[in-house]
Design a protein around this ligand. Structure first.
Ligand code: SUG
Length: 423
């Protein structure tokens, strides 16, 4: 019987990475709107994070950038990229920016994953997220579906298409799994938001329930995200909470009915350890600025114990870092802090945890083209250095020359990985 382990599939940051300011409720995206992006540096930062995780002894996977600009989506809107064709006097630059987004890099929003030990049929289920709330993300799912169908074609998996609109589903960013060990049955926690605040609640409870039903999850909890958290800029639950095996690491104000949630969790998994960060030590504003919860909380295979792989922004915030250092000095389950530089992604509101999709499965059941070793990371780094644009300024987004460069860059990566089937 093959052994299940956790694999982090990181999204390779695509050559069209830019600061379009497209995500209402995502404070970093709004703050950096119209800035000049650095796609090459962004992708190299992501690759170095993957390398560092490999060196910790973790299994590392990869998801590829999508074809951008997305002409299929523009076509459904009655548009082509050919500027000589009539556009009825309408300014379509905003739609083109939406078609160009590299947002598929945030793989935590690609799908929700229920590993085999949790499901009725003993298979690992993946539901591709519909991401319907944000136009620039609403056209990601076909590209994601094509990739996961290839990566997880083995019989050990069952792939589902997106939940139908209008029920917004943002994937694993609003899903946590608590269990004794990755390969034992877990409690799956589906976190949803309720509309009515200043910012969109992107995960609808009906979508969460649909995913849990489709996956045949034996033990599911549905938990409401607090309105304060969404209003403060936590557009996904993974901006204020993260779980790994028996540990939940969360902000005091992450959940609407926290006491009930914690009690339900303790009743189902008595060994659960809840590490809660009090608002008196770290405010919601500091949590969202520093992204300390948008960390990869991982079990270290070589040394035992858990580590938080967090953005350098968490180290740069004095209050946050003081709290974290005191935590690791104590007797708790989280023993190490590992800051990583993903500043280009962070400037769009995407930290280390946003960049990865966790899949618990036997590695030999995954198409090896989607698994990384250091030689492949070296090869991809060379391709990125050679082909990814160094910078993208906002006025370049409507440039056909840039579109061609972006397409050629992606094609070079697909070719190197023998994944031209995705072209
Ligand atoms: O959906 N940013 C992404 C960030 C996603 C973070 N993912 C998780 N929390 N799991 C979003 O808001 C900004 C794009 C722009 O403004 O150009 C953006 O889409």
């Amino acid at each position: 019987m093959a052994i299940c382990t956790e694999i982090n599939f990181d999204g390779l940051i695509g050559p069209s990475h830019n600061y379009g300011g497209l995500s209402l409720g995502n404070l970093a995206s709004a703050r950096n709107a119209g800035g000049v992006s650095h796609p090459r540096a962004a992708a190299l930062q992501g690759l170095e994070k993957m390398r560092a995780n490999l060196r910790l002894g973790l299994v590392q996977g990869l998801l590829l950038p999508h074809d951008r600009p997305d002409e299929r989506w523009l076509g459904e809107l009655g548009l082509t990229l050919d500027p000589s064709l009539p556009r009825g006097g309408h300014d379509v630059s905003a739609l083109i920016a939406n078609a160009l987004s590299a947002s598929a890099m945030w793989a935590a929003n690609a799908a929700t994953v229920s590993p085999a030990p949790d499901t009725a049929d003993g298979r690992c289920h993946l539901s591709v997220a519909n991401l319907v709330t944000m136009p620039h993300r609403s056209h990601e799912w076909p590209g994601t579906l094509a990739q996961v169908r290839l990566a997880f074609a083995h019989d050990a998996f069952r792939i589902h298409g997106p939940v139908p609109p209008p029920f917004g589903d943002e994937g694993a960013a609003n899903h946590m799994r608590l269990c004794a060990r990755h390969d034992t049955p877990g409690v799956e926690v589906f976190v949803y938001g309720v509309a009515g605040g200043p910012f969109p609640a992107r995960q609808h409870s009906e979508a969460s329930r649909a995913v849990a039903r489709r996956h045949g999850v034996a033990d599911a909890l549905f938990v409401r995200q607090s309105d304060e958290a969404i209003a403060a800029g936590a557009f996904h639950n993974d901006v204020v909470a993260v779980a790994n095996e028996r540990v939940l690491f969360a902000h005091e104000q992450a959940f609407a009915e926290k006491d009930q949630f914690y009690a339900d969790l303790r009743a189902r998994l008595p060994e659960v350890e809840i590490v809660e960060v009090p608002a008196s030590a770290v405010s919601l504003a500091d949590a969202i600025q520093s992204y300390l919860f948008n960390a990869q909380l991982v079990t270290l295979p070589n040394e035992g114990g858990m580590a938080l792989i967090l953005p350098t922004e968490a180290r740069d915030n004095e209050r946050v870092w003081r709290w974290l250092e005191a935590m690791v000095a104590g007797n708790g389950p989280i023993r190490r802090l590992i800051p990583v530089d993903v500043r280009q992604s962070m400037a769009n509101g995407g930290g280390p945890a946003c960049l990865r999709l966790r899949v618990v499965c036997a590695p030999e059941t995954v198409d090896p083209r989607f698994l990384l070793d250091e030689a492949k990371i070296d090869c991809l780094s060379e391709i990125v250095t050679r082909h990814w644009p160094e910078t993208i300024a906002p006025d370049a987004l409507s440039s056909p020359a840039l579109w061609a460069d972006i397409r050629n860059a992606r094609a070079a990566a697909l070719e190197a990985l023998d994944l031209m089937a995705l072209a």
